[in-house]
Design a protein around this ligand. Structure first.
Ligand code: GLA
Length: 378
């Protein structure tokens, strides 16, 4: 008998095997994901629950490559963008367009103005890999390294660790980061981030999944209805660096306080949505930050986080040059991101919540992406 089945003996001497899971232990399968351009073999880890949800994660970039959930008719579909092997994440076209599909981005997710910040009297220079600014950790950020993976079957979780050496990409301090992905029985993919350092350093970790809740059954995400639990957003300049102003969304094209189709006002937003929203946070616990409903499939995504902000990105830079798994082409607006995070450029904006991790402290944040079905408009 497989050891995840409980055997129940009843008085009448019948033996029932029930599929109740002992300690919630789930088998985590591992497959090869290919060999990186640098010659390192990488793996794919497959988490499943008893509700028919499946999540695939590779140790390359601690990247989510696939999330399979049922629609309102019970038909399964893959709701994130990605590739079926590591070659897809290392192709010239991919590196050229830099979408960060499903990856953990760090040390600093989002932008740092001019790639510069001052800490304890010292000025640090980072790569400027996005116009004049630093983006998503630099040239070789956490999305482009191989993490050490440890399956935790008794928690239906995968723990990934990466040690970033002092000076890597210009950042100070040896930083040890652990990201734990847990698939729960109520169809949530929870991500717990932890880090420690031996010198003060900025840190802002997030996951960069692109969702398409129609699972390839629609040409883009413009009919998805988004709600963001945010009354304000950080106003940005032409290079997407915050000016410092936290502007109310009420009455503007930025207002998603009520569920609204992404496409409803996108034509009036220059460049599309690529903005950090200031969450209406009441405490540091996991709180509802966003909901997204795809009306045709009935799939509902709820995002909970401990973070103060969320970058809502409508896939503006996708341009059809990439073709992912199942031979699916990715044109503009084919996926959206909800990147839970601290605000962009926080190291240079003393009014924003701090992103500096000190030696002796533990960085600890959590985000949960929960999937369900809602067979009607929100
Ligand atoms: C984030 C940024 C965007 C873009 C994408 C990746 O969402 O805010 O401007 O860089 O990542 O293409």
């Amino acid at each position: 008998m497989p050891d995840n089945l409980l055997e129940v003996r009843v008085k009448s001497n019948y033996t029932y095997k029930i599929s109740k899971l002992r300690n919630n232990t789930m088998n985590i399968r591992t497959e090869t994901f290919g060999i990186t351009n640098e010659g390192t073999p990488v793996q794919l880890f497959i988490l499943e629950n008893s509700q028919g949800m499946q999540v695939k994660i590779t140790d390359y970039g601690a990247t989510i490559t696939s999330i399979i959930t049922p629609d309102k008719n019970g038909k399964s579909g893959d709701v994130v963008l990605g590739f079926s092997d590591v070659a897809g994440y290392q192709s010239e076209a991919y590196l050229e367009s830099g979408p960060y599909f499903g990856a953990i981005v760090g040390r600093y997710g989002n932008r740092i103005a001019q790639g510069k910040f001052t800490l304890d009297g010292e000025t640090y220079s980072l790569a400027t890999n996005n116009g004049p600014n630093h983006l998503h950790g630099g040239i070789k950020g956490f999305d482009k390294v191989v993490w050490a993976a440890q399956p935790l079957p008794d928690q239906n979780a995968l723990q990934l660790t990466y040690i970033s050496p002092d000076g890597e990409e210009g950042y100070p301090g040896n930083l040890t980061t652990t990201v734990t992905y847990t698939l729960t029985e109520d169809n949530a993919l929870r991500i717990d981030y932890q880090a420690i350092t031996d010198k003060a350093t900025p840190i802002n970790l997030t996951n960069h999944s692109y969702f398409n809740l129609a699972a390839g059954q629609a040409k883009d995400v413009l009919e998805h209805q988004v709600m963001l639990a945010a009354d304000r957003y950080t106003v940005v300049d032409a290079t997407l660096i915050p000016t410092g102003e936290l502007r109310p969304v009420a009455g503007s094209t930025m207002d998603f306080s009520q569920p609204t189709a992404i496409g409803e006002r996108i034509a009036q937003v220059e460049g599309g949505y690529d903005h950090n929203y200031v969450l209406n946070r009441v405490n540091g616990n996991l709180q509802l930050a966003a909901t997204v409903l795809e009306p045709t499939s009935g799939r509902l995504l709820e995002v909970f986080t401990t973070e103060p902000g969320i970058q809502f990105y409508s896939g503006n830079f996708l341009d059809g040059t990439l073709t992912g798994k199942n031979n699916t082409n990715y044109p503009q607006y084919y996926g959206f991101c909800l990147e839970t995070q601290h605000f962009p450029d926080s190291p240079n904006q003393p009014e924003f919540p701090t992103t500096i991790l000190q030696p002796g402290e533990t960085y600890s944040t959590s985000t949960s992406y929960k999937f369900s079905i809602q067979d009607q408009q929100l």
